[in-house]
Design a protein around this ligand. Structure first.
Ligand code: GLN
Ligand code: ZN
Length: 748
């Protein structure tokens, strides 16, 4: 049987981030809606042609979006919350995406365990008429170019439901959705497509068994329309649900063979002979090319259970950048083994060719083998790091004294000590400095002098405002991960390796390709400059190992635990150097700790145990007198609170203002004993918080926690704010702390 090739979605921001530029031009009133839509269509067409030229047989279409594909389906289905109902067209669309004066946007949250963020649909009782015109129009446009190879991508009804905020009874919601999806499939059927992909990644979640009956009845109804359905799952395996999911009445089923245990499940339970299997074997979540031996042998194994296959990426390719070949600065041996979307397409084709016995496939696989060989020589094991890790003992993960005893030795501060999370405004002048340095317009010495002037301004302001614990302001950092990665060996950075984070926001994740090691101190100079200007304590400021891992593309040849421990060792040395340079407090930020949680709860423990160990390895070197702070910005800690305690940080600052003290309650309910800075104002808003409002919030703290445990700080770093906002906000914050101090000393 001939093996075919398929795709499940493609990057949609444009090779040169055309979408970002078009959105920004539109929002600022410099261009109109039709220009914006044309940009998106041009991106789509270029994507379709690429896939066609590379030899993909079944090309997923309809995944492109002005902002977010989940929002697109929300609107198509008529799930318009009351507050947007009087708006229409692009005004309504962007109000739902980004909010409008007096109308809050839909909530945004992470798409499964990826770093993509989607807008959370709200399903209420007030359903508006559906409108599939834009989607059907896209399919027709695609058919003009791709003909029968056009496969519409539809976000599955039950995944949409699972991701939604549900304001009505679930059965009512499902029956409403199924009705609309049936109408959609009727329309799609008229276009004469060979199949549709219905994406149901929610099938891999831990509690899917509870939804078994809903899946069965839903797919019964949808299959009855008569368009062949490819039911697509990804990001993990089907677990216990495998036996019934493979029996759903669909023509094909797509599984992810790069994550989880689908291969084992296939071997254990087999696969129905009347279905085609979509084999997601080219990893859509990472940027490494395939390992020929392992991949081919897995494929042969799969083929012995399911002879009718398509080879495809494990998920949409939206999680990787466009094309590795556009990179000009990476060392050749590394560049050769990188695989972005374009290379992934070529791999899909190559694997299918190989299964189909096409002679040239062998040669191409041989080339890849040799490239890996060359890479191994280029990036050998760092023996010194390896030895250090082997010689670690549990002692290395322990602070020298327990918290209760350390605390007595640590700096004495007034009650309600005030501080910030680290960064101060990254003005365009500050960013311009780096551009000038890169272009050779200023020397390193001139750059440092200018940075030092910013630090001096920042310290002076903090002293004037009356903050208790100061920071240097992080002016030398573009990004909290990039800044450290650039100074560590084993990290590489791309020029155009952008991936969409949400809407117009794109990130360029670093690539961890080798053993990580510190080659020189990374933060000492700026710390010393800052500390030399004040008698108050300046916090040393580091990005934690877990966050570095979670916001990078990591290696696949060694476990994440090991990579995290390597980074932790580098940070451990930095902590020691900061102490030697006089730091009395060091903050190790872990904003991404929670977002690294695996999809299936049974894998949480494994993740959290290495995450906690890595943090403790970095911090464990600190003397008992040194106060270790950490910062997290993801709300919801209730379910992992014991692991947060296990970090054994002396002070934890958290984002809170938008969650209405929820986080604080979770922490206090759990009986957290260390100090907590429960963010007193939202740094994502341009509104200046009032003293009264912060006093009120702090009182919630006092009602729940002993005063000795309470710190006062904003939610997160102030990098994206303007000085005009930061100055009055922090002054009000300090005043709020002062009022509380007064109240407790006057015994109120
Ligand atoms: N120290 C960092 C800052 O203030 C923390 C950022 C974050 O939590 N994402 O910018
Ligand atoms: Zn934060």
């Amino acid at each position: 049987m001939k093996t075919q090739t398929a795709t499940l979605g493609y990057p949609r921001i444009g090779k040169k981030r055309e979408l970002k530029k078009a959105l920004e031009a539109f929002w600022s009133g410099q261009s109109d809606e039709s220009t914006l839509k044309r940009v998106v269509e041009d991106i789509e067409i270029a994507n379709w042609k690429k896939q066609l030229e590379t030899g993909i047989d079944l090309i997923g279409v309809g995944d492109a979006s002005l902002y977010d594909h989940v929002l697109d389906w929300t609107i198509r289905l008529g799930l318009i919350p009351e507050r947007f109902i009087n708006l229409s067209g692009s005004e309504q669309y962007f109000a739902m995406a980004r909010g409008q004066e007096g109308i809050p946007a839909l909530e945004m949250t992470k798409w499964f365990d990826t770093n993509y963020h989607y807008l959370v649909p709200e399903i209420g009782s007030n359903w508006q008429p559906h409108n599939f015109d834009d989607f059907l129009g896209t399919i027709s446009r695609a058919q003009a170019i791709l003909g029968k190879q056009t496969v519409p991508i539809i976000l599955g009804p039950l995944t949409l439901l699972r991701l939604s905020r549900l304001e009505i009874n679930i059965n009512e919601a499902v029956s409403g959705l199924v009705q609309k999806y049936s109408l959609l499939l009727e329309e799609v059927k008229k276009l004469g497509v060979v199949e549709v992909q219905i994406h149901e990644p929610a099938l891999v979640l831990g509690d899917t068994m509870n939804f078994k009956a809903l899946y069965e009845s839903t797919y019964q109804t949808l299959a009855a329309v008569g368009v062949p359905i490819n039911l697509v799952t990804y990001f993990d395996d089907l677990g216990d649900n495998y036996p019934w999911v493979v029996q759903l009445p669909v023509a094909s089923l797509s599984l992810d063979f790069t994550r989880g245990e689908n291969l084992k499940l296939l071997k254990l339970h087999g696969f129905p002979t009347d279905k085609r299997l979509g084999v997601g074997i080219v990893d859509a979540r990472n940027i490494w090319q395939i390992q020929p031996e392992a991949t081919i042998s897995t494929l042969k194994e799969i083929q012995s259970f399911a002879p009718d296959l398509t080879i495809q990426p494990s998920a949409s390719l939206q999680f990787v950048p466009y094309d590795a070949k556009t990179e000009t600065k990476l060392p050749q041996p590394l560049l050769q083994v990188l695989s972005f979307a374009q290379q992934k397409l070529e791999e899909v084709k190559l694997l299918a060719d190989s299964l189909n016995g096409i002679a040239s496939a062998g040669d191409r696989l041989e080339v890849i083998r040799n490239q890996w060989q060359a890479f191994q020589e280029f990036s050998p094991v760092n023996q010194e790091v390896k030895k250090r890790l082997e010689n670690l003992t549990s002692q290395d993960l322990e602070r020298p004294l327990p918290y209760e005893q350390r605390q007595k030795l640590q700096p004495l501060l007034p009650p309600f000590p005030t501080t910030t999370i680290g960064s101060f405004p990254q003005t365009s002048e500050v960013r311009q400095l780096r551009v000038k340095l890169k272009q050779g317009q200023i020397t390193q010495a001139e750059y440092e002098k200018a940075i030092d002037a910013e630090i001096a301004k920042c310290i002076q302001f903090q002293e004037e405002a009356g903050l208790d614990v100061l920071v240097h302001g992080e002016f030398e950092r573009t990004d909290m991960v990039e800044f450290f990665g650039q100074q560590l060996s084993g990290f590489a950075f791309t020029e155009s390796g952008w991936v969409q984070s949400y809407g117009s926001r794109c990130v360029r994740p670093p690539i961890i390709y080798g053993d990580v090691a510190r080659t020189k101190p990374m933060t000492i100079r700026e710390f010393q400059v800052a500390q030399s200007l004040t008698d108050k304590i300046v916090k040393g400021m580091l990005t934690g190992p877990v966050t570095m891992i979670n916001w990078s593309f990591t290696r696949t040849d060694i476990p994440r635990r090991e990579q995290a421990m390597q980074i932790a060792l580098a940070l451990r040395d930095e902590v020691a150097d900061l102490e030697a340079a006089g730091a009395k407090m060091v903050q190790i930020d872990e904003p991404a700790l929670r977002e690294g949680l695996p999809l299936k709860p049974e894998r949480w423990h494994e993740y959290l145990s290495w995450a906690v160990d890595a943090f403790r390895l970095a911090a464990g070197i600190a003397k008992p007198e040194t106060q270790i702070h950490t910062h997290m910005c993801y709300s919801e800690f209730g379910d992992i609170i014991e692991h947060i305690e296990a970090l054994d940080a002396d002070v934890l600052s958290i984002e809170n203002s938008r969650s209405n003290n929820q986080t604080l309650f979770e922490i206090t309910d759990a009986g957290y004993k260390h100090q907590v800075g429960n963010g007193v104002y939202d740094v994502h808003s341009q509104v200046i918080p009032t003293t009264e409002q912060m006093v009120e919030q702090l009182k919630t703290g006092v009602a729940n926690l002993p005063v000795e445990q309470i710190w006062v700080n904003p939610d997160c770093g102030l990098k994206t704010r303007r000085w005009e906002e930061v100055i009055p906000s922090l002054k009000n914050m300090v005043e709020a702390a002062r009022r509380l101090r007064e109240e407790i000393t006057s015994g109120k």
